[in-house]
Design a protein around this ligand. Structure first.
Ligand code: F6R
Length: 252
């Protein structure tokens, strides 16, 4: 469904400014987008992209870097112009200046039209770890022990190879996007989804700040929804809002 929402927005606006996330959850989304490019001619030629985050100290050809991930899962398989793809520069000699420039480039492109998000087990969006300021902008952050435990699998389980810092769009940057869509899959996300969706807005769970966003959709599978209290209400909305009618088809 997330890939279908992106495709719909891209068809309506070929110049779309898309905010992108990485991680295991997004792999299925990118696989479907690549498939739609191949079978339905989904056109990325004018699309601009901004990734949420990148590890500090990993060059683009390092398999653990998010530039590598994006090339591997999406960019190299669709007709996007690589010059229109932006990932924070974790190798910059002046990280703060590079982050400022990232924010400026987003503004220059007219802002992010659609921001794709995953959620970390500690509630992060991007790499906005617990107690990130709700108005934060792109900057370097130390990764939390929970995030290191979550992502060390991408470094063959070797903590010494995993960077301890990353550049990330801020919570404020994400809240400035015109629309956002967050995807969570699996029981390991059930607790944090319940906190983010039904709990109070708190810096301890950065994703809870999405409650402040005027056009945010959260998509979960059955397992990730297990701890939500108001699932019947969410189903009712999904079944009755015209916006979602076309997504009721099983394949969507
Ligand atoms: C990565 C990012 C992170 C991930 C989150 C979930 O660019 O922004 O917030 O979306 O850590 O990761 P997975 O999908 O691997 O569970």
């Amino acid at each position: 469904m997330v890939a279908r929402v992106i495709a719909k927005e891209l068809r309506a606006n070929p110049n779309l400014v898309l905010g992108l996330a990485t991680g295991g959850t997004m792999e299925s989304v990118y696989k479907l987008l690549v498939e739609m490019h191949r079978t339905e001619g989904l056109d990325f030629s004018l699309c601009r992209t901004f990734n949420l985050d990148e590890y500090v100290g990993l060059p683009p050809d390092n398999e653990g870097s998010y530039r590598f991930y994006m090339n591997h899962h999406l960019f190299h398989h669709v007709n996007i112009d690589l010059r229109n793809t932006h990932v924070p520069d974790g190798m910059a000699s002046d990280l703060a200046a590079s982050c400022r420039q990232y924010e400026e480039t987003i503004v220059k492109m007219g802002g992010i039209d659609l921001q794709l998000l995953g959620i970390g087990r500690d509630g992060h969006i991007g790499f906005n770890e617990p107690l990130s300021a709700l108005r934060s902008r792109t900057r370097a952050k130390a990764l939390s022990p929970a995030t290191i435990a979550q992502n060390v699998r991408y470094f063959d389980g070797d903590r010494s190879r995993m960077p301890k810092r990353a550049l990330t769009m801020g919570v404020g940057t994400i809240l400035d996007s015109k629309r956002c869509i967050m995807l969570a899959i699996g029981e390991e996300k059930a607790d944090v989804i319940a906190k983010a969706v039904e709990g109070p807005i708190t810096g301890m769970i950065s994703a809870s700040a999405l409650q402040l966003h005027s056009h945010c959709t959260i998509v979960v599978d059955g397992d990730a929804s297990l701890k939500l209290k108001e699932v019947d209400y969410y189903r009712w909305i999904f079944d009755n809002e015209p916006e979602w009618q076309e997504f009721h088809k099983p394949h969507a």
